[in-house]
Design a protein around this ligand. Structure first.
Ligand code: MF3
Ligand code: CO
Length: 249
């Protein structure tokens, strides 16, 4: 696992601010009657306006700025003309490339109000923060995985097994894999300066996902809700530095 130097970290920080601003704009844009493709367009504009480039361009065959998933969809949804409706659970996943440095982030929100869905989202978000707390020097990847799994299962939900977080930096996807499930103290050792995309990919019901007929979108096998929370971070001594925190931009 690569340790990034101060200069490289500086570029990743800039990439992360662009991603955070784009994610914030997406979150603000998601409303009843707005379509997925309109949100994708706004994100694309924001990334270019801020001097970034679309990281997803580096994925063969993919030509959007974001992946957008609704309700039983879990990840990798292609933005379509589908309009958001009251009660929709919507996840936006996006990545930015800035001077060759990638950052990746995702967030899930609810359109309207629904206590059951709000609780589902709260647990997923909390699992992300618990995972990030473990991204410190001399911990192991399994400490992050275990923290995420514990939080999600405590809430009564399940972590998807076939999709994982990952290293991030010169490429969108680098080693190591960072599962949202696993064993404390197991897996690769973390060092200050490692850059990770930590992801909570979870469902309300069963942990199985199936690929949709569009060839991209994964949805839950049992049609229960899917949720997605992801931040790119730099491992540090006491506390990871979060690069893509849309709440602070
Ligand atoms: N952002 C996704 C991830 O977290 C990758 C999406 S790849 C795409 O790893 F091609 F579907 F866009
Ligand atoms: Co990712």
């Amino acid at each position: 696992m690569k340790v990034r130097n101060v200069y490289e970290q500086g570029l990743m920080r800039k990439s992360g601010v662009i991603a955070a601003k784009a994610l914030k704009r997406a979150i603000e844009a998601i409303k009843v009657g707005v379509s997925e493709i309109e949100v994708d367009k706004e994100v694309c504009e924001e990334i270019y306006r801020l001097g970034g480039d679309l990281s997803y361009k580096t994925v063969p065959g993919y030509k959007y700025a974001t992946c957008i998933t609704v309700n039983e969809q879990v990840v990798h949804g292609i933005p379509t003309g589908r309009k958001f409706e009251d009660g929709d659970l919507v996840s936006v996943d996006l990545a930015v490339m800035y001077k060759g440095w990638h950052t990746d982030c995702a967030w899930s929100i609810l359109v309207g109000k629904d206590p059951q869905k709000e609780r589902f989202l709260q647990i997923g978000e909390q699992a992300l923060w618990e995972g990030i707390k473990q991204a410190i020097d001399n911990n192991r990847v399994g400490d992050i995985s275990y923290a995420i799994q514990t939080e999600v299962e405590k809430g009564g939900y399940q972590v998807v097994r076939s999709l994982v977080g990952h290293g991030v930096g010169r490429k969108l996807h680098e080693e190591p894999e960072i599962p949202g499930f696993g064993t404390k103290g197991a897996g690769p050792l973390l060092k200050r300066g490692n850059t990770l995309a930590i992801e909570v990919i979870y469902t309300q019901g069963g942990k199985d996902v199936v690929l949709d007929t569009d060839g991209w979108t994964f949805k839950t096998a049992d049609d229960s809700w899917g949720g997605l929370f992801e931040m790119s971070v730099i491992v540090d001594k006491q506390k990871a530095e979060i690069l893509t925190d849309w709440r602070n931009v």
